[in-house]
Design a protein around this ligand. Structure first.
Ligand code: GLU
Length: 429
């Protein structure tokens, strides 16, 4: 049987169309919001260490900036496509609107595999991407941030290139900068912590004690690691995580039924997020195939890797025990699988709320960078908690009141806010 392939942009449009029809948005507005306002496709020549020049393909998509400058990460991934970046930029628009921060949606990507690039080649790629896009981005236009396989180090190279081109200091050009170089305390932890701030609220609504729950993650990157550590410190048990083994070109799952020691695991994980299997085995963990993350007997599943991971082909592998799915990743569930999750009555916390902690903290970073005054970590995290909790409460209340599925209710809130902005600006009547 040929496995069905999913196009994230088609998924994002299908999700939008469904809710646009429920709300009854007029055709002009629908047409404006179901696709990006602007997109840029660039070629980036990079001087390689062996003396050759390699040309990479990069993208920046600005889906909508009616509520504020476009905002969103830049991914380095060998399977990056224009359509994936389009979808992700669209989800950023809904994400920023959902948590009510004054930003629009954008996303960037470069088709590359950083595993095969030296430090200086990665620096060349970062600078080259900015060189091609410096005229169409900026602190008041479009503000990038870290994402899959990019980090604070990459952000600073990008900032330096932007500032060199524009001849000044523009710390608001990019977020996710290193602390001490315009970065915000708490930014690294923000996405993962945000997942748990929201999960904690949801469990209260469901009448479930967090301390009595178990979690299985897909992934062990920035999201899963910090979400897992906060969740464990609140008394929950992380049973499994998964990661990508670039050498073997496959993923694997690490499990310990009575609870993983995430700090120990982080200590045996390389800079690309690959856990050392031998050391994990020696520490009493089990090593299972990569796709086993989905069939763990846990109360809560948190997919925190890439898009299109939960599909009709694997949804039946989700254990009957699972009561909650929190989408730590962007777009981990395909629309056809989403229907099945709804039918099974699993409580879903949709991606553009669940993982909005990162961009919310990016907004705080911009505020701090632009005023050149930096907050204490506790202040950052307290504000993050309040902002996300308020967004979750509004969503839960709407979903309860209108008896709506959580993802649909989230779309209703986010789309309505963006519709209001494009109308107030007079882009559509
Ligand atoms: N890449 C993160 C996301 O998908 C953060 C974006 C940002 O901080 O702008 O939400």
């Amino acid at each position: 049987m040929v496995e069905k392939t999913y196009n994230p942009y088609e998924n994002a449009q299908a999700q939008f169309d469904k809710v646009a029809a429920i709300i009854g948005i007029d055709e002009g507005t629908r047409d404006l919001l179901r696709q990006p306002l602007r997109e840029f496709h660039v070629l980036i020549p990079v001087h390689m260490d062996d003396g050759s020049t390699k040309v990479f393909r990069g993208f920046r998509v600005q889906h909508n900036d009616a509520r504020g400058p476009a905002k969103g990460g830049i991914r380095f991934h060998p399977h990056e496509t224009a359509d994936t970046v389009r979808a992700l930029s669209m989800w950023m628009t809904w994400k920023c609107a959902m948590v009510d921060i004054p930003l629009g949606g954008g996303k960037g990507g470069v088709i590359c595999d950083p595993h095969n690039l030296s430090e200086s080649e990665q620096e060349g790629l970062c600078r080259g991407w900015v060189r091609q896009l410096a005229k169409v981005m900026g602190p008041c236009v479009d503000v990038p941030a870290p994402d899959v396989m990019t980090s604070a180090k990459h952000m600073l190279w990008m900032l330096d290139e932007y500032e060199t081109i524009h001849g000044g200091r523009y710390p608001g050009f990019i977020t996710g900068k290193p602390v001490g170089m315009g970065g915000s305390l708490g930014r690294t932890e923000a996405t993962g912590y945000g997942v748990i701030y929201i999960l904690r609220e949801a469990l209260k609504d469901l009448g479930i004690k967090l301390e009595e729950t178990t979690v299985g993650f897909q992934g062990f990157g920035n999201v899963a690691r910090y979400a897992g550590s906060l969740y464990s410190s609140l008394g929950g048990t992380v049973v499994s995580v998964s990661c990508w083994d670039n050498g073997a070109k496959q993923s694997f799952t690490i499990r310990k039924k009575d609870g993983l020691d995430l700090e120990m695991l982080a200590g045996i994980t390389n800079s690309y997020g690959t856990i050392d299997r031998e050391k994990a085995l020696a520490a009493g963990c089990e090593v299972l195939p990569g796709d086993e993350w989905i069939s763990q007997e846990v109360d809560i599943l948190i997919p925190s890797a890439l898009e299109n991971q939960i599909t009709p082909a694997n949804i039946n592998r989700i254990s009957k025990k699972v009561k909650v799915i929190v989408e730590g990743a962007n777009g981990p569930t395909t629309p056809d699988a989403d229907e099945l999750i709804r039918e099974r009555g699993i409580f879903l916390i949709p991606d553009f709320l669940a993982n909005a902690g990162g961009v919310t903290c990016s907004y705080f970073e911009q505020v701090q960078s632009n005023s050149n005054f930096f907050w204490e970590k506790n202040e950052v995290l307290d504000r993050l908690n309040s902002q996300l909790t308020a967004a979750y409460r509004a969503l839960y209340d709407l979903a309860q009141k209108k008896k709506m599925y959580m993802r649909d209710a989230a779309y209703v809130i986010a789309i309505n806010r963006v519709v209001q902005a494009v109308k107030m600006r007079g882009w559509v009547r």
